[in-house]
Design a protein around this ligand. Structure first.
Ligand SMILES: Nc1ncnc2c1ncn2[C@@H]1O[C@H](COP(=O)(O)OP(=O)(O)OP(=O)(O)O)[C@@H](O)[C@H]1O
Length: 288
Protein backbone atom coordinates (compact mmCIF):
# COMPACT_ATOMS: atom_id res chain seq x y z
CA UNK A 1 0.00 0.00 0.00
CA UNK A 2 1.34 3.44 -0.98
CA UNK A 3 0.01 6.77 0.28
CA UNK A 4 1.55 9.36 -2.00
CA UNK A 5 1.47 13.09 -1.27
CA UNK A 6 2.55 15.41 -4.06
CA UNK A 7 3.07 19.16 -3.91
CA UNK A 8 0.53 19.51 -1.12
CA UNK A 9 -0.28 23.12 -0.22
CA UNK A 10 -2.60 24.54 2.41
CA UNK A 11 -3.19 28.22 3.08
CA UNK A 12 -5.34 29.66 5.86
CA UNK A 13 -5.86 33.16 4.45
CA UNK A 14 -2.34 34.54 4.17
CA UNK A 15 -0.81 31.84 6.43
CA UNK A 16 0.93 29.10 4.45
CA UNK A 17 0.57 25.97 6.61
CA UNK A 18 1.79 23.47 3.99
CA UNK A 19 4.16 24.51 1.24
CA UNK A 20 4.52 22.10 -1.72
CA UNK A 21 5.01 19.08 0.52
CA UNK A 22 5.77 15.75 -1.19
CA UNK A 23 6.33 12.34 0.41
CA UNK A 24 5.36 8.69 -0.07
CA UNK A 25 4.33 6.59 2.92
CA UNK A 26 4.51 2.78 2.83
CA UNK A 27 3.94 0.20 5.59
CA UNK A 28 5.81 1.19 8.73
CA UNK A 29 5.78 3.77 11.50
CA UNK A 30 6.59 7.36 10.53
CA UNK A 31 7.31 9.94 13.22
CA UNK A 32 6.32 13.38 11.92
CA UNK A 33 8.51 15.58 14.08
CA UNK A 34 8.46 19.35 14.16
CA UNK A 35 7.94 22.36 16.42
CA UNK A 36 4.58 24.02 17.14
CA UNK A 37 3.14 25.51 13.98
CA UNK A 38 5.23 23.31 11.63
CA UNK A 39 2.06 22.10 9.86
CA UNK A 40 1.80 18.60 11.35
CA UNK A 41 -1.88 18.77 12.37
CA UNK A 42 -2.81 20.38 9.05
CA UNK A 43 -1.16 17.46 7.20
CA UNK A 44 -2.90 14.92 9.49
CA UNK A 45 -6.30 16.60 9.01
CA UNK A 46 -5.96 16.70 5.22
CA UNK A 47 -4.88 13.03 5.16
CA UNK A 48 -7.97 12.21 7.24
CA UNK A 49 -10.25 14.18 4.84
CA UNK A 50 -11.24 16.51 7.71
CA UNK A 51 -9.76 19.49 5.92
CA UNK A 52 -9.62 20.50 2.25
CA UNK A 53 -6.26 21.07 0.65
CA UNK A 54 -5.52 24.28 -1.25
CA UNK A 55 -3.48 22.52 -3.93
CA UNK A 56 -1.61 19.30 -4.70
CA UNK A 57 -2.55 15.62 -4.94
CA UNK A 58 -2.87 12.73 -2.55
CA UNK A 59 -3.30 9.19 -3.83
CA UNK A 60 -3.70 5.80 -2.19
CA UNK A 61 -2.33 3.18 -4.56
CA UNK A 62 -2.71 5.72 -7.37
CA UNK A 63 -6.35 6.57 -6.58
CA UNK A 64 -7.19 10.15 -5.63
CA UNK A 65 -8.26 10.02 -1.96
CA UNK A 66 -10.81 12.84 -2.36
CA UNK A 67 -12.52 10.93 -5.19
CA UNK A 68 -12.32 7.67 -3.19
CA UNK A 69 -14.10 9.45 -0.31
CA UNK A 70 -15.76 6.85 1.98
CA UNK A 71 -13.80 3.99 0.38
CA UNK A 72 -10.66 5.84 1.48
CA UNK A 73 -12.08 6.51 4.95
CA UNK A 74 -12.55 2.73 5.40
CA UNK A 75 -8.75 2.51 5.39
CA UNK A 76 -8.24 5.25 8.00
CA UNK A 77 -8.07 5.24 11.79
CA UNK A 78 -7.67 8.79 13.11
CA UNK A 79 -6.77 9.77 16.66
CA UNK A 80 -7.08 13.54 17.22
CA UNK A 81 -5.04 15.58 19.71
CA UNK A 82 -8.08 16.46 21.79
CA UNK A 83 -10.23 14.08 23.81
CA UNK A 84 -12.93 12.67 21.49
CA UNK A 85 -14.71 10.37 23.97
CA UNK A 86 -18.19 10.74 25.46
CA UNK A 87 -17.78 10.77 29.23
CA UNK A 88 -21.17 9.17 29.85
CA UNK A 89 -20.52 6.21 27.54
CA UNK A 90 -18.76 3.06 28.71
CA UNK A 91 -15.78 2.01 26.60
CA UNK A 92 -17.89 -0.81 25.17
CA UNK A 93 -20.57 1.69 24.09
CA UNK A 94 -17.92 4.05 22.66
CA UNK A 95 -16.32 1.31 20.59
CA UNK A 96 -19.67 -0.02 19.35
CA UNK A 97 -20.71 3.53 18.45
CA UNK A 98 -17.54 4.01 16.37
CA UNK A 99 -18.17 0.57 14.86
CA UNK A 100 -21.67 1.69 13.82
CA UNK A 101 -20.26 4.89 12.28
CA UNK A 102 -17.82 2.72 10.34
CA UNK A 103 -20.71 0.56 9.08
CA UNK A 104 -19.88 -2.53 11.13
CA UNK A 105 -22.52 -5.08 12.12
CA UNK A 106 -23.49 -4.94 15.83
CA UNK A 107 -22.22 -8.41 16.70
CA UNK A 108 -18.92 -7.88 14.90
CA UNK A 109 -18.46 -4.47 16.62
CA UNK A 110 -19.13 -6.09 20.02
CA UNK A 111 -16.58 -8.83 19.36
CA UNK A 112 -13.96 -6.32 18.24
CA UNK A 113 -14.68 -4.06 21.25
CA UNK A 114 -13.89 -6.97 23.58
CA UNK A 115 -10.76 -7.88 21.64
CA UNK A 116 -9.41 -4.32 21.42
CA UNK A 117 -10.10 -3.60 25.09
CA UNK A 118 -7.86 -6.57 25.90
CA UNK A 119 -5.16 -5.37 23.51
CA UNK A 120 -4.99 -1.89 25.05
CA UNK A 121 -5.20 -3.22 28.63
CA UNK A 122 -8.73 -1.99 29.42
CA UNK A 123 -10.68 -5.28 29.46
CA UNK A 124 -11.46 -5.02 33.19
CA UNK A 125 -13.03 -1.55 32.79
CA UNK A 126 -14.76 -2.15 29.44
CA UNK A 127 -18.20 -1.60 30.99
CA UNK A 128 -17.22 1.36 33.20
CA UNK A 129 -18.06 4.91 32.14
CA UNK A 130 -15.26 6.86 30.46
CA UNK A 131 -15.60 9.62 33.07
CA UNK A 132 -14.14 7.23 35.66
CA UNK A 133 -10.96 6.73 33.54
CA UNK A 134 -7.56 8.36 34.20
CA UNK A 135 -5.87 10.44 31.46
CA UNK A 136 -3.71 7.49 30.39
CA UNK A 137 -6.73 5.17 30.20
CA UNK A 138 -8.64 7.72 28.09
CA UNK A 139 -5.75 7.86 25.61
CA UNK A 140 -5.71 4.04 25.37
CA UNK A 141 -9.50 4.12 24.88
CA UNK A 142 -9.07 6.65 22.05
CA UNK A 143 -6.44 4.44 20.47
CA UNK A 144 -8.81 1.44 20.69
CA UNK A 145 -11.46 3.54 18.88
CA UNK A 146 -8.90 4.34 16.17
CA UNK A 147 -8.37 0.60 15.61
CA UNK A 148 -12.05 -0.33 15.20
CA UNK A 149 -12.75 -2.11 11.89
CA UNK A 150 -9.02 -2.81 11.39
CA UNK A 151 -7.90 0.28 9.41
CA UNK A 152 -4.60 -0.12 7.57
CA UNK A 153 -3.59 3.54 7.88
CA UNK A 154 -3.35 5.04 11.37
CA UNK A 155 -3.11 8.81 11.72
CA UNK A 156 -2.21 9.72 15.30
CA UNK A 157 -1.95 13.42 16.21
CA UNK A 158 0.21 13.84 19.34
CA UNK A 159 -1.16 10.62 20.86
CA UNK A 160 0.76 10.93 24.13
CA UNK A 161 0.08 14.64 24.80
CA UNK A 162 -0.63 15.33 28.48
CA UNK A 163 0.63 11.96 29.75
CA UNK A 164 3.33 11.43 32.37
CA UNK A 165 6.53 9.66 31.21
CA UNK A 166 5.44 6.20 32.37
CA UNK A 167 2.04 6.48 30.66
CA UNK A 168 3.74 7.82 27.51
CA UNK A 169 5.95 4.71 27.41
CA UNK A 170 2.94 2.41 27.99
CA UNK A 171 0.94 3.96 25.15
CA UNK A 172 3.96 4.12 22.86
CA UNK A 173 4.54 0.37 23.32
CA UNK A 174 0.86 -0.43 22.69
CA UNK A 175 0.97 1.66 19.49
CA UNK A 176 4.11 -0.14 18.38
CA UNK A 177 2.67 -3.61 19.06
CA UNK A 178 -0.61 -2.95 17.25
CA UNK A 179 0.89 -1.22 14.21
CA UNK A 180 2.11 -4.26 12.29
CA UNK A 181 1.51 -4.19 8.51
CA UNK A 182 0.01 -0.71 8.60
CA UNK A 183 1.01 2.79 7.53
CA UNK A 184 1.25 4.62 10.86
CA UNK A 185 1.80 8.37 11.04
CA UNK A 186 2.54 9.85 14.47
CA UNK A 187 2.73 13.65 14.68
CA UNK A 188 4.65 14.91 17.69
CA UNK A 189 7.15 17.44 18.95
CA UNK A 190 8.36 14.99 21.61
CA UNK A 191 11.45 13.18 20.38
CA UNK A 192 11.15 10.25 22.82
CA UNK A 193 7.65 9.40 21.51
CA UNK A 194 9.07 8.18 18.23
CA UNK A 195 12.79 7.68 18.80
CA UNK A 196 12.56 3.92 19.32
CA UNK A 197 9.39 2.98 17.46
CA UNK A 198 9.51 4.95 14.19
CA UNK A 199 11.07 3.28 11.16
CA UNK A 200 11.33 6.68 9.50
CA UNK A 201 11.40 10.16 10.99
CA UNK A 202 10.09 13.06 8.93
CA UNK A 203 11.43 16.42 10.10
CA UNK A 204 8.95 19.20 9.28
CA UNK A 205 9.05 22.96 9.70
CA UNK A 206 7.28 25.94 8.10
CA UNK A 207 5.02 23.58 6.13
CA UNK A 208 7.93 21.81 4.44
CA UNK A 209 9.75 18.52 4.89
CA UNK A 210 13.32 19.22 5.88
CA UNK A 211 14.68 15.71 6.10
CA UNK A 212 13.52 12.07 6.15
CA UNK A 213 15.48 9.15 7.54
CA UNK A 214 15.77 6.50 10.22
CA UNK A 215 16.85 7.59 13.70
CA UNK A 216 20.29 6.21 12.84
CA UNK A 217 20.48 8.17 9.54
CA UNK A 218 19.47 11.42 11.23
CA UNK A 219 21.94 10.97 14.05
CA UNK A 220 24.63 10.21 11.49
CA UNK A 221 23.75 13.43 9.64
CA UNK A 222 25.09 15.48 12.58
CA UNK A 223 27.90 13.14 13.62
CA UNK A 224 31.02 15.12 14.53
CA UNK A 225 29.03 18.27 15.31
CA UNK A 226 28.20 17.70 18.99
CA UNK A 227 30.68 18.58 21.75
CA UNK A 228 30.85 18.96 25.48
CA UNK A 229 32.81 21.87 26.85
CA UNK A 230 33.49 23.14 30.33
CA UNK A 231 32.38 26.79 30.48
CA UNK A 232 32.18 29.72 32.91
CA UNK A 233 28.65 30.92 33.72
CA UNK A 234 29.55 34.35 32.36
CA UNK A 235 30.28 32.81 28.92
CA UNK A 236 26.82 31.32 28.48
CA UNK A 237 25.09 34.30 26.80
CA UNK A 238 27.92 34.70 24.31
CA UNK A 239 27.96 30.97 23.50
CA UNK A 240 24.18 30.95 23.05
CA UNK A 241 24.49 33.70 20.46
CA UNK A 242 26.91 31.55 18.47
CA UNK A 243 25.94 27.93 19.03
CA UNK A 244 22.98 25.69 19.76
CA UNK A 245 23.24 24.51 23.36
CA UNK A 246 21.31 21.28 23.83
CA UNK A 247 22.03 20.77 27.54
CA UNK A 248 23.74 22.26 30.58
CA UNK A 249 24.80 20.38 33.68
CA UNK A 250 27.01 20.86 36.73
CA UNK A 251 29.63 18.20 37.37
CA UNK A 252 31.96 18.54 40.37
CA UNK A 253 31.20 22.26 40.57
CA UNK A 254 31.92 22.83 36.85
CA UNK A 255 29.33 23.91 34.28
CA UNK A 256 29.34 21.63 31.23
CA UNK A 257 27.57 22.69 28.02
CA UNK A 258 26.49 20.30 25.28
CA UNK A 259 27.07 22.29 22.11
CA UNK A 260 25.98 21.65 18.53
CA UNK A 261 28.04 23.40 15.88
CA UNK A 262 28.97 23.16 12.21
CA UNK A 263 32.33 24.70 13.08
CA UNK A 264 33.95 21.44 14.11
CA UNK A 265 36.24 20.84 15.87
CA UNK A 266 35.11 23.10 18.71
CA UNK A 267 37.96 24.72 20.62
CA UNK A 268 38.40 23.03 24.03
CA UNK A 269 35.40 20.77 23.23
CA UNK A 270 35.26 17.00 23.53
CA UNK A 271 33.43 15.38 20.65
CA UNK A 272 30.50 13.20 21.78
CA UNK A 273 28.00 10.86 20.13
CA UNK A 274 24.84 12.76 19.13
CA UNK A 275 21.31 11.64 19.99
CA UNK A 276 17.92 12.46 18.45
CA UNK A 277 17.41 15.45 20.76
CA UNK A 278 20.58 16.95 19.29
CA UNK A 279 19.17 16.28 15.81
CA UNK A 280 15.95 18.09 16.75
CA UNK A 281 17.80 21.13 18.05
CA UNK A 282 20.26 21.08 15.20
CA UNK A 283 17.45 21.36 12.64
CA UNK A 284 14.92 23.45 14.56
CA UNK A 285 16.51 25.61 17.26
CA UNK A 286 17.09 29.19 16.20
CA UNK A 287 20.34 30.60 17.54
CA UNK A 288 19.36 33.38 19.99
N1 LIG B 1 -7.76 27.14 11.43
C1 LIG B 1 -6.66 27.88 11.23
N2 LIG B 1 -6.76 29.17 10.84
C2 LIG B 1 -5.66 29.92 10.62
N3 LIG B 1 -4.39 29.47 10.76
C3 LIG B 1 -4.23 28.19 11.15
C4 LIG B 1 -5.35 27.33 11.42
N4 LIG B 1 -4.88 26.11 11.79
C5 LIG B 1 -3.53 26.21 11.77
N5 LIG B 1 -3.14 27.45 11.39
C6 LIG B 1 -1.76 27.91 11.20
O1 LIG B 1 -1.12 27.02 10.30
C7 LIG B 1 0.22 26.74 10.71
C8 LIG B 1 0.40 25.25 10.93
O2 LIG B 1 -0.41 24.86 12.05
P1 LIG B 1 -0.56 23.35 12.53
O3 LIG B 1 -1.55 23.32 13.65
O4 LIG B 1 -0.81 22.49 11.35
O5 LIG B 1 0.92 23.06 13.10
P2 LIG B 1 1.40 21.91 14.09
O6 LIG B 1 2.75 21.51 13.61
O7 LIG B 1 0.38 20.84 14.18
O8 LIG B 1 1.51 22.67 15.48
P3 LIG B 1 1.16 22.10 16.96
O9 LIG B 1 2.28 21.16 17.30
O10 LIG B 1 1.18 23.36 17.78
O11 LIG B 1 -0.19 21.46 16.88
C9 LIG B 1 0.46 27.60 11.95
O12 LIG B 1 1.04 28.81 11.54
C10 LIG B 1 -0.94 27.84 12.49
O13 LIG B 1 -0.99 29.06 13.21
Amino acid sequence: MKLHVENLCKAYGSTIALDHLSITFENGIYGILGPNGAGKSTLMNILSLLLDKTDGNITLDENDIVKMDTTYLDHIGYMPQENCLYDDFTLFESLCYVGALKGMKKTEAGLQANELAKEVGLADVLHKKIKTYSGGMKKRAMFAQTLMNHPDILILDEPTAGLDPQKRIELRNIISQLSKDKIVLIATHVVSDIEYIANQIVLMNHGKIIKVGSTKDLIQSIDGKVFERCIEEGQLKQLESKYRISNLRYEQGKLIARIITDEAPLENGIRITPDLNDVYLSYFQEIS
